[in-house]
Design a protein around this ligand. Structure first.
Ligand SMILES: *Cc1c(COP(=O)(O)O)cnc(C)c1O
Length: 393
């Protein structure tokens, strides 16, 4: 793509995005509320249960488990705390190592660090933008050995305790294939589904493949509770432990305060859960409309011969954020500069985790696709359009 073609593309893009979202400032992803959030929040306030005990929390967890087809759902104060607890309950301990991708949001690596464990960065697939099963297998065959059923990193001598793939921008990674490799190596599997509520791989909702899936309800995610997170699992014992440890490890009793281990105050407040209940009522509609927006974008970019990241085989994305791949990092930067100047919010991918000072000494493979994607990715406005014709057509 020459510079002239790039400028022409930007003009066309700005027209297109305004046609979908209107002429005001266009954010990358805004929340959508109606009256229900206010009604349910009022109910929570009037019940006097505003903190982590209350009917809305149970209700939100039940609706969420049903939607994701998970046996158990445990709500938390945010997605990062859900990750922290999931890793802890998978016995990730100080000095252990956890395999993840370098193309992810900082929260994934922060949670690993809270347990004094270290991330190892393995490459992603170009089409899924998530952890590559092929690269994972290659890393383990080259670098790991099994000792008494435990996988040890031959280079560092550390235990490789867990693997945390992430479903980037809602596009599911090849999680079935990853699960099989983790099972073979006896490595615990936690899915970072912060971005993938409503995304499926081989017809199964993300979050159900490993020991835990974790979700986020930050203001920019598919649904929001202001701030919030969720753990899902199909293992009853893990579910009971997760609820216990997120509730200060208090043993239920009529009036006594007995706690049987060091716990966390990580449970979602009832007020936030009230908002979550209202959002869940709209989730199916959000997903339908997001898929319509995605297909508009896909048609638009295919006419312009710009690479648009669409579903690959077996993948069904929620299209939380639509992604295009620019020809080079300089084309990307030009695109970002012009669109943001014109009040259209577009964003590059995160800086690869292995380039941040906290993680620049962590082990990694060649990260070929991760680097390529970091150079090319631009995320474009992807909210549910607020205009009524989109909401109700
Ligand atoms: C948003 C996000 C999180 C963390 O969620 P918070 O609720 O902000 O703590 C974790 N991982 C990824 C990939 C995310 O995008």
């Amino acid at each position: 793509m020459n510079d002239f073609k790039n400028s022409e593309l930007i003009d066309f893009f700005i027209k297109k995005v305004k046609k979908i979202y209107g002429n005001e400032y266009i954010p990358l992803h805004r929340p959508i509320f109606d009256n229900k959030e206010k009604i349910y929040t009022n109910e929570a306030i009037e019940s006097n249960f505003v903190s982590s005990v209350g009917k809305k929390v149970d209700e939100f967890e039940d609706i969420f488990a049903a939607f994701t087809n998970s046996k158990f759902a445990i709500s938390t104060v945010n997605g990062t705390s859900a990750l922290h607890v999931a890793l802890k309950l998978c016995n990730v301990s100080p000095g252990d190592e956890v395999i993840t991708q370098s193309l992810t949001f900082i929260a994934t690596c922060n949670a690993i660090s809270y347990l004094d464990a270290k991330p190892i960065f393995v490459d992603v697939d170009k089409d899924s933008m998530g952890l590559s099963p092929e690269s994972l297998n290659k890393f383990l065959v080259t670098n790991a050995k099994k000792e008494k059923g435990i996988t040890i990193n031959k280079k560092t001598g550390a235990k490789i305790a867990a693997c945390v793939p992430m479903h980037s921008f809602g596009m599911p990674c090849r999680i079935s294939e990853i699960k099989k490799i983790c099972s073979d190596w006896n490595i615990r599997l936690i899915e970072d589904c912060a971005e993938s509520l409503g995304s499926y791989y081989m017809g199964k909702h993300t979050g159900n493949f490993g020991d835990f899936g974790i979700f986020s309800f930050n203001g920019n995610k598919i649904i929001t509770t202001g701030g919030g997170g969720m753990l899902v699992t199909n293992d009853e014992e893990l579910a009971i432990k997760a609820k216990h440890i997120t509730t200060t490890s208090k043993i239920p009793h009529k009036y006594k305060f007995i706690h049987d281990e060091v716990g966390f105050n990580y449970r979602m407040p009832n007020i936030n859960a009230a908002i979550g209940c209202a959002q869940m009522e709209k989730l199916d509609r959000f997903l339908t409309i997001k898929k319509e927006v995605a297909s508009e974008y896909e048609d638009f970019f295919s006419d312009l011969e710009v690479e648009y990241v669409s579903n690959y085989e077996n993948a069904e994305s929620n299209f939380w954020l639509n992604t295009i791949l620019m020809e080079s990092s300089s084309h990307r930067d030009h695109f970002l500069n012009v669109t943001n100047e014109k009040d259209i919010m577009t964003r590059p991918a995160w800086t690869l985790m292995n380039k941040l000072t906290m993680f620049n000494e962590c082990q990694h493979d060649d990260l070929k696709n991760s680097q390529l994607l970091e150079d090319k990715i631009v995320n474009i406005p992807s909210s549910v359009p607020a205009s009524s014709e989109w909401l109700f057509k």
